[in-house]
Structures are given as structure tokens and as C-alpha cells.
Ligand binder design. Structure first.
Ligand SMILES: C[S@@+](CC[C@H](N)C(=O)[O-])C[C@H]1O[C@@H](n2cnc3c(N)ncnc32)[C@H](O)[C@@H]1O
Length: 218
């Protein structure tokens, strides 16, 4: 169990915090939580503001393959895969790797990377429809904070169940009160969030033995 920044080489997104804060209403939050067209490809105020493949996950995929010593024939699952960009890049940087994705969004799956069509399934991270120990590695990036805490614990258990000791979870967090304020003025979908110590306590409660890192806005 260790803190490992596997997204270190992901380019930083542009964020207009003031504009998002002004748009944070119960209505925009409800729209974002539908994970539909508005969230992925609508205005920035309710989500990504256009979620298109641009290759930014390639260095991350390289670091994941290296970190987990993945090789052709190994199976890896990306939970909360959205349109499958990381699934595509994992297969590109490690030809022969069997990469799959799962997401709750019918919209994202219907508009997925054409190259990964057939490798993505619809489902919820707290009930993964796969047998125990069925993957060499399971990734869950920026997804588990979208649950209330009890369901987040179940989702972490699911990652551990499919790939004991070979999971990677990244979640929204903050190290200082100032970072927490910035986070609160940006967040739309997250239902549970905490300082790193609180998250680590949750991971331990779930019996998680994999690795983790934080998405922190600064
Ligand atoms: C912030 S996006 C992260 C996408 C991608 N992993 C990344 O880091 O760019 C959150 C993703 O989690 C998905 N999601 C939300 N709740 C989920 C759930 N209960 N089970 C599976 N996926 C979920 C959303 O549809 C969305 O694709």
C-alpha cells in the first residue's frame, strides 16, 4: 500500500474556478450527476466542456504499465473509464495487453473511442461484474468520490477483490484548508471527499492493499 502519483505526466486542465463557482447550482449539479451529454460534451460549467481524445493519457498509460509490470496477455480494468481513452492508450503502449473498461454512463460508452468498442461495459463501480482475482491490475481514477462514503468503501473493496494488491485508486482530496476551499468551489459530482488521512482510513477499512493518489486543485 503506497501513495504513488501515476498521473504525474498528465497535462494539467484549464480551470476557470470563478466561472464554475457562479454556475454551481442544484440544477447544474443534478445535470452533471447524470453523466450524460451535458457532462462530457456540454459547457464547462456542468462538466468537461468537451471530452475528446488528444493522447494526453499516453504517458500515464506508460507509467501504469511500468508500475504494475504489465505484459501482453495480462488483463487490466479501468473502472470509471468514460469514453475509454486510457483503455486505448494502455493497449497502444503495451500491444497484446487485454484492457477493458467499465462506466455508469451510457452516453460515454455510446461515444467511446472506436478502437475500444466491445471492450467497455456499463455498470457501477460498487458492483463489478467480474470474478475474484480476474485482473492483473484494476485502475479507478477520479470516480470513487462520486459515491457516498459507505458505497465508496464497497467500491474500494471491489477493486481489491478483482486484483488484490494490484489496484490503483485516485480520488479528489486537499492537503490544506485553502485547497479544500478551491475544491469546494469547483466540485459538481463528488459526494464524499476528505483530506488524505481520511481517505487512507477509508482504504484501510475496505481492506485495500493497492496504491493511491489524489486529485488536488491548486
Ligand atoms: C471525472 S470522470 C473520470 C473519467 C476518467 N477516469 C478520468 O480520470 O478522466 C468520472 C467518471 O466516473 C463515471 N462514474 C460515475 N459514477 C460511477 C459509478 N457509480 N460507477 C462507474 N462509473 C461511474 C462517470 O460516468 C465518469 O466517466
Amino acid at each position: 500500500m503506497a501513495e504513488v502519483n501515476l498521473l504525474a505526466r498528465l497535462p494539467k486542465s484549464q480551470r476557470n474556478i470563478a466561472k464554475r463557482t457562479a454556475a454551481q447550482t442544484p440544477e447544474t449539479i443534478a445535470i452533471a450527476r447524470q453523466y450524460g451529454e451535458a457532462y462530457f460534451d456540454g459547457p464547462r460549467e456542468v462538466g468537461y466542456g468537451g471530452y475528446r481524445y488528444d493522447g494526453r493519457w499516453i504517458p500515464v498509460a506508460e507509467d501504469i504499465v511500468r508500475h504494475f509490470h504489465l505484459k501482453p496477455g495480462d488483463r487490466v480494468l479501468d473502472v470509471g473509464c468514460a469514453k475509454g481513452f486510457l483503455v486505448r492508450d494502455l493497449m497502444d503502449v503495451c500491444p497484446g495487453l487485454e484492457a477493458f473498461g467499465l462506466d455508469i454512463s451510457g452516453y460515454a460508452l455510446a461515444h467511446c473511442e472506436p478502437r475500444v468498442a466491445g471492450r467497455l461495459i456499463r455498470g457501477s463501480a460498487d458492483r463489478l461484474p467480474f470474478p475474484d482475482k480476474s485482473f492483473s491490475a484494476v485502475l479507478c481514477i477520479n470516480t470513487i468520490h462520486n459515491f457516498e462514503r459507505p458505497d465508496a468503501v464497497r467500491a474500494v473493496r471491489e477493486v481489491e477483490r478483482l486484483a488484490p494488491g494490484q489496484g490503483f485508486i485516485q480520488v479528489d482530496s486537499y492537503r490544506t484548508p485553502e485547497q479544500r476551499e478551491i475544491f469546494l468551489s469547483w466540485v459538481l459530482t463528488a459526494k464524499f471527499h476528505d483530506y488524505p488521512d481520511g481517505w487512507v482510513a477509508l482504504f484501510r477499512e475496505a481492506g485495500f492493499t493497492g496504491d493511491w493518489y489524489w486529485t488536488i486543485l491548486e
